[in-house]
Design a protein around this ligand. Sequence first.
Ligand code: NDP
Length: 264
Amino acid sequence: MAPTKRFSGKSVIITGSSNGIGRATAILFAKQGAQVTITGRDENRLEATKKQILKATSKPNDLNVVVANLTDSKGPDEIVNNAGANISDGTLNTDQSIELYQKTFQINFQAVVEMIKKTKDHLIKTKGEIVNVSSIAGNEQAFSATPYYCAAKSALNQYTRCVALDLIQYGVRVNSVSPGVVVTGFLGAMGLPDEARDKMANFMASNKACIPAGFCAKPNDIAEIILFLSDRKKSSYIVGQSIVADGGTSLVTGMTAFDMHEMI
Ligand code: NDP
């Protein structure tokens, strides 16, 4: 008999799985035996995720594709609230508009609140898990160019903690992951062409003041952490935490970024 896979018999909704981290997460879950619901607005990109999943599993009955802004469908056992964006209208800093503030909070924070409210009762029945995808932009270092995105991710971090404390009494775990720089469609969604994205990623990877580890993460690096946090056998005692995965970015301050010997 074939060995049981890590998520056999579990069903998972992954928001924003038409690209980047969400796509890699959906593929990993499917490979590990889960029934997967993938969502996103872009039909063509969602189709590409679908093809990659079916190539890996050949199990169309275990795959549910929902083209939508954000949705639940049948009751899940795990939820990955991954959809998010640093939406851009060309303005930066305190010049960003109230309309942009509303849109940014809607996708990065309110959508998570709505999804958890819709699925909470079912997750309590199944003793499920929730993993939110936050960002180091929500931590204590300031990124002044895009204040609403940072504030929305900070709100998400605190919401994760509060909901975790509430739901753990019913056996539902809530955690999050806070990535640093990951090469995905994220900068493209902000309007940056691929060439500019690659230039930026190369600059950051080769500058120890940006990423001490010396490389940008790939979507799979974050997907593995999401699966770990979704797997009760591996992470049962982690409740309401955010795992920072940033190659050391958030450890660097202006002072430590430079060589002390060069200063003196
Ligand atoms: P991508 O742009 O590659 O993927 C974002 C996903 O979110 C897409 O599938 C997109 O689907 C979906 N999405 C965006 N807006 C909406 C919407 N209104 N309704 C439904 N789906 C939506 O970026 P990443 O994979 O990088 O982003 C995933 C998460 O990781 C986000 O929460 C982001 O904030 C976070 N993150 C990313 C970092 C990075 O460096 N890449 C760093 C830190 C955090 P579609 O366009 O088809 O709707």
